[in-house]
Unconditional design. Structure first.
Lengths: 515, 403
């Protein structure tokens, strides 16, 4: 944003127009505007005013405003201020190299290609089973996830900060050597002010603070929410989410906030991605299938959605727009395809630039509760990924990045439950080790879906991932009595294994409000 | 005074719950207060020959003739009679439109074979291409079930059944034939049915409670209504005992999705009103199935019973009652299953015990809200009568979730 302001309004508007013209909704928008201009509503005499009114009445003005809003949101660039930019960049490049190396060695070991044109028979089977890909017959038993959250945490904990002074025999324990400022509880209270003021929100388990019954409050929220949806204003929708979203409106509100509504061009795009899946056999396909088998297929909350998850995740791997729209350039490989008849071509591998890790599926699974149509599902998952999830498996110093989230978790726990912190220290178990999987998956697969979606409402509402480490700390503190009683990693994990009784909104509210 | 319990079921969930309450396990010959029995044990206990008389401090988990509801042919018979009776009374509940009951149309059209064969054929000819499902009246867990879409297939089956004259118990077996719900609601492309739990503590007056938890049982194979797949039971039958043998069965989730998650998905994709309407219709259906058997169930103040309701939802979000089980499975197939069933037994025990905590049949069985646990009141005719006496008509609706 600062960057945008610096260069002046003229520059900004030129850039804005250029970018809007490139967006997928532009063609339709332009056609609609032309239609309005040529209608009788617009008069030559008062061209400006009458056009403006006509655009407002037809809802095109709101559409344009939303597009400007999405555009501004996407101007946030990576690491613009961090002093440790180069340090993190180097670490990330090294990490990506390791991943690529491990992909390559897996290929050698299994004697498969990274990418190659798909065999006809295989293509036919895929086409036939597209609707039930869980029955697609492919042997993935020998494939292993490239890395797990645990491996990634190991990498993060081993980051030698720019000011790192090694001490002899010191075990890798925490992030405190990384000199980045993170928010304190006080700042979080200001950020999440609606929650800290104890205003009524949806999703609380006891309705004692409500002036009326929960059902009446919910009805009131739904009525308001309908108006918000009708207004078609993204900023209003985002504001609305701060008090929690009724399930019945969530799909529409989220689409509005993210700008992930779809039109015909999206269907065409999705069809192209599908065609790419059918045309090329990528090694990463098996990793995706393997990950779905290991996660969603075994999960009693998500197993019903395994077929559609196959579809959208395979398409995701093929999406060059993911690579283009990510606010940073991930490393990718170039693979030369040797076709028998076609000339040699190179392929970006994977086209999306995203290499899944163990649990990647969980970034997508909860959305299946909201959307039945695979195209709608796909574009909302993609929008969420491009805004938030990519930060959870990337090494960077961004205040929303996973390193800062871990730091935030540690500082909060240190400050607000020193006794518990010391207990962890005494038994020599880094607390981050027990919560890292929650953070890296944004609690997906750990919280029941209804609670998880309330949490994700807040991510969107405040446009911040900081709610995740905050919730992690709160859960630890909530279970402190039981945690203080045990002293092995296994027992600690079993105290924290079952989160089915957690009421996200209530706990956040209690923790954020001052006594 | 310590409560003595007795059970003939080899189910840890029952014993664990009773022991957690500090009760003592005794044998059937001893003085027991609560007997958690299988239906067969229960029947022999109630039979005239046994000569067993329960005292005021004894309770048992079945009604003597629960089969009026749980045998497929009798349930149908009772519901048909219930509709006719209401119609004779001129009750608006029995209103019809185009020969169909408007409000009481909650079971698929069903006939008992061989008795109703001629009426069945008449009905079949109205829509000759439709699919029907044959089920043995008194078997369970999906055994002996098959689909037919041609009369000839039924005739062939009947000829073969007659050949079994040498084994009269097979030849005489009665079947029900019902119109097959060919358009079930699918989630992720797969068919499922609902298993819900309802506890009845008294039939006259009717007192029934619905358990908030329950689950959907999914088929492992994508739904396909084509004729070629008519014999593939992995597509059509949701019974865990059937699905377990499928290649795709997953023992971690057992094909079970919680009702809460079904509700979340429906609310998110279809809207709140539609979803609530569906669940209200389900409660409505349960209440009327109970009212249908109310006059024929033997009243016995010692009895309570937990029924497993099997319901299929069609793609227009209309629920259909498929059958009722008097001994819903207490076996746990997954970890969550175990939690659910443990809680179910715990909540049933809280529900059926008077506030003193000691079985006493003289108690009026009006359950205080604190003792409901995760049960919700479906209907309590005592409470309705009280209100009518008090003339408190305004709050009447609050006792019914379905209004």
């Amino acid at each position: 944003m600062e960057e945008v302001k610096d260069k002046g309004i003229h520059y900004t508007s030129v850039k804005l127009c250029e970018d809007l013209k490139l967006s997928s909704s532009y063609i339709n928008f332009f056609t609609d505007v032309q239609r309005v201009v040529s209608s009788s509503q617009v008069k030559v005499e008062e061209f400006g005013d009458s056009l403006f009114n006509a655009l407002k009445e037809t809802g095109l003005e709101a559409q344009l405003r939303n597009n400007v809003y999405y555009w501004i949101r996407n101007q946030v660039k990576e690491n613009k201020t961090s002093a440790y930019d180069t340090f993190f960049k180097k670490a990330q490049i090294q990490w990506e190299k390791r991943i690529h190396k491990s992909l390559n060695s897996m290929c050698t070991e299994l004697n498969v290609h990274l990418a190659r044109p798909r065999y006809n028979s295989d293509r036919e089977e895929l086409i036939e089973k597209w609707g039930e890909l869980s029955n697609y017959d492919v042997d993935v038993t020998k494939y292993r996830p490239v890395y797990s959250p645990k491996d990634f945490l190991e990498v993060l904990l081993n980051l030698k900060g720019p000011n790192y002074k090694p001490k002899a025999d010191e075990p890798v324990w925490e992030f405190c050597h990384i000199p980045i400022k993170v928010k304190e509880l006080h700042d979080l209270r200001i950020l999440f002010s609606e929650l800290s003021h104890g205003e009524p929100v949806l999703g609380i388990d006891v309705a004692k603070h409500l002036p009326c019954s929960y059902a009446a409050f919910e009805a009131e929220r739904i009525e308001l929410g309908e108006k918000v949806v009708d207004s078609n204003q993204a900023p209003t929708a985002q504001e609305y989410l701060k008090k929690g979203c009724p399930p019945s409106l969530r799909a529409r509100i989220w689409k509005l906030v993210l700008g992930s509504g779809i039109n015909e061009t999206h269907h065409v795009q999705y069809e192209k991605l599908r065609a790419h899946v059918l045309q090329y056999d990528l090694m990463i396909d098996k990793l995706i299938i393997k990950d779905i088998h290991l996660t969603a297929s075994n999960d009693d909350q998500y197993f019903v959605f395994e077929d559609i998850l196959h579809q959208v995740l395979l398409c995701f791997s093929r999406d060059p727009d993911v690579l283009r729209l990510l606010p940073y350039k991930p490393g990718y490989m170039q693979v030369v395809l040797k076709g028998k008849t076609e000339p040699e071509t190179t392929l970006t591998f994977p086209p999306s630039g995203v290499i899944p890790f163990h649990g990647f599926t969980m970034y997508a699974a909860p959305f299946c509760y909201l959307f039945e149509d695979s195209v709608e599902l796909y574009f909302t998952i993609r929008a969420f990924y491009l805004r938030y999830w990519f930060r959870l498996h990337k090494i960077c110093g961004h205040n929303q990045g996973v390193v800062c989230l871990c730091l935030l978790f540690e500082r909060l726990l240190q400050c607000y439950d020193t006794a518990l912190w010391h207990h962890f220290k005494k038994i020599n178990i880094p607390p981050i080790r027990v919560v890292f999987k929650w953070i890296m998956r944004a609690f997906s697969g750990h919280l029941p879906p209804d609670q998880l979606l309330y949490l994700w409402d807040l991510i969107l509402a405040y446009d911040s991932l900081e709610i995740i480490p905050l919730l992690a700390v709160i859960i630890l503190i909530f279970r402190r009595a039981n945690l203080l009683r045990v002293n092995t990693l296994q027992n600690i994990e079993s105290v924290l294994a079952d989160l089915s009784s957690i009421s996200v909104m209530s706990m956040l509210q209690v923790a954020l409000s001052k006594e | 005074m310590k409560i003595a319990f007795c059970t003939d079921l080899d189910k840890s969930v029952v014993v664990a719950n009773c022991e957690k309450r500090g009760w003592v396990q005794v044998g059937p010959e001893d003085e027991w207060n609560i007997y958690w029995a299988g239906t067969l044990t229960c029947r022999s206990l109630f039979s005239v020959d046994s000569g067993y008389r329960m005292n005021d401090n004894q309770m048992i988990n079945h009604f003597p003739n629960h089969y009026e509801m749980t045998r497929k042919d009798l349930l149908v018979k009772n519901i048909k009679r219930y509709r006719r009776d209401l119609e004779k009374e001129g009750n608006s509940l029995a209103e019809r439109w185009d020969a169909k009951y408007l409000h009481l149309d909650f079971i698929p059209i069903t006939f008992v074979l061989p008795a109703d064969y001629n009426i069945f054929v008449e009905e079949y000819r109205k829509a000759p291409q439709s699919t029907w499902i044959m089920k043995p009246c008194s078997r369970s867990q999906g055994s002996g079930i098959f689909l037919i879409n041609k009369l000839s297939k039924l005739k062939r089956w009947s000829r073969e059944a007659n050949k079994n004259m040498l084994q009269p118990q097979l030849a005489k077996e009665c079947y029900v034939i019902s119109r097959y719900i060919h358009n079930p609601l699918l989630i992720g492309g797969k068919k499922f049915d609902l298993r819900l739990y309802v506890t009845v503590t008294s039939f006259r007056p009717l007192k029934a409670y619905q358990f908030r938890h329950g689950f959907c049982r999914f088929c492992t194979v994508k739904y396909d209504s084509s004729v070629a797949e008519l014999d593939n039971m992995f597509i059509h039958l949701t019974n865990v005992s059937v699905q377990k043998h499928g290649e795709e069965y997953n023992a971690l989730h057992g094909g079970k999705l919680s009702v809460q998650n079904l509700r979340l998905h429906l609310e998110s994709t279809r809207g709140k009103e539609i979803t609530e309407n569906l669940f209200d219709q389900i409660s409505w259906l349960i209440i009327h199935s109970l009212k249908a058997v109310q006059p024929v169930i033997a009243t016995d103040r010692h009895c309570f019973e937990c029924y497993g309701y099997d319901i299929i939802i069609d793609n227009k979000l209309k629920p259909w009652l498929i059958e009722v089980n008097a001994s819903p499975s207490l076996t746990s197939t997954t970890a969550n299953d175990r939690i659910l069933k443990h809680k179910l037994i715990d909540n049933i025990l809280s529900l059926v015990l008077p506030p003193s905590g000691f079985p006493d049949v003289r108690w009026n069985k009006i359950v205080s809200p604190d003792a409901l646990g995760d049960f919700e009141l479906l209907i309590d005719e005592d409470l309705i009568n009280q209100e009518e006496i008090n003339g408190d008509r305004h709050s009447k609706s609050s006792y019914y979730r379905w209004k």
